[in-house]
Design a protein around this ligand. Structure first.
Ligand code: SAM
Length: 229
């Protein structure tokens, strides 16, 4: 998808992907997916939108770096969380939003890089030991998806761990985004960079009923990731 597609989605408030609560897969799988990670490890959250999950991760003691194209999403995240924020232009097309204020009511420990993820340099990212991907890989068509995973593999430390959440549905029934990224596609994407272990496969039609996409089958898949060391 070209950047304009997503900028327009934010400008017109077509953000059906956004959740008003923490992602339940994060709550149930984060501890096991990241077992053994050093306390306080920094989490990379690509294509983060204004996800509340950034706050959940920070409240567990992690430093968090989100990456997001839309300035509307970046501003909304800090505003809606009630966090003071510093906004610094770091280069052409790169703005760093940094939360301010200590304690649970402050935004300290959360940064969002407002940029096209494919335009970022390694030095923009810094050290990252953990990955949280919800609705990022599935937001991109196959060619960009592969480029994204290569970027993440380059940025994350050896043996970095993480959680990846995708969806799976019959591809003939809907055009992405979100795209169907089943277990076989995850294995192909990760080959050479990450080991991916399926943690759960949840039937979303059974859970939520047949939604507006009218799909005959829809599952949410969660994977523990481990970057090859
Ligand atoms: C499906 S949404 C998911 C947002 C978030 N992960 C969540 O769970 O709510 C995908 C997000 O990726 C952003 N995005 C799309 N392409 C991007 C790119 N090339 N670089 C950075 N962000 C991008 C979009 O603006 C959008 O907010």
């Amino acid at each position: 998808m070209d950047p304009d597609f997503w900028q327009k989605r934010w400008q017109t408030n077509q953000i059906g992907f956004h959740l008003d609560s923490f992602n339940d897969r994060l709550l149930s799988h984060w501890a096991s997916a990241t077992e053994g990670a050093a306390p306080g490890s920094r989490v990379l959250a690509p294509l983060c939108g204004k996800s509340l999950d950034l706050r959940w991760l920070r409240d567990r003691g992690h430093g968090v770096l989100g990456i997001e194209l839309s300035p509307i999403a970046c501003e909304a995240f800090f505003h809606e969380q009630g966090f003071a924020v510093e906004r610094r232009v770091e280069g052409e097309g790169v703005v760093r939003w940094r939360g301010l204020g200590q304690g649970p009511g402050g935004g300290d420990g959360i940064e969002i890089l407002q940029a096209d993820i494919f335009a970022l340099k390694d030095s923009d990212i810094g050290a990252a030991d953990l990955l949280y991907d919800r609705a990022s890989v599935i937001a991109l068509p196959p060619s960009s998806r592969q480029r994204l995973v290569e970027r993440l593999g380059a940025w994350l430390a050896p043996a970095a761990r993480g959680l990846l959440v995708t969806i799976e549905y019959p591809e003939a029934e809907k055009q992405g985004p979100p795209f169907s990224v089943p277990a076989a596609a995850v294995a192909e994407l990760c080959a050479g960079s990450f080991e991916a272990t399926l943690l759960s496969r949840e039937d979303l039609i059974e859970r939520d009923g047949v939604g507006r996409w009218q799909l005959t089958s829809l599952h949410q898949l969660s994977f523990a990731l481990r970057r090859f060391g």
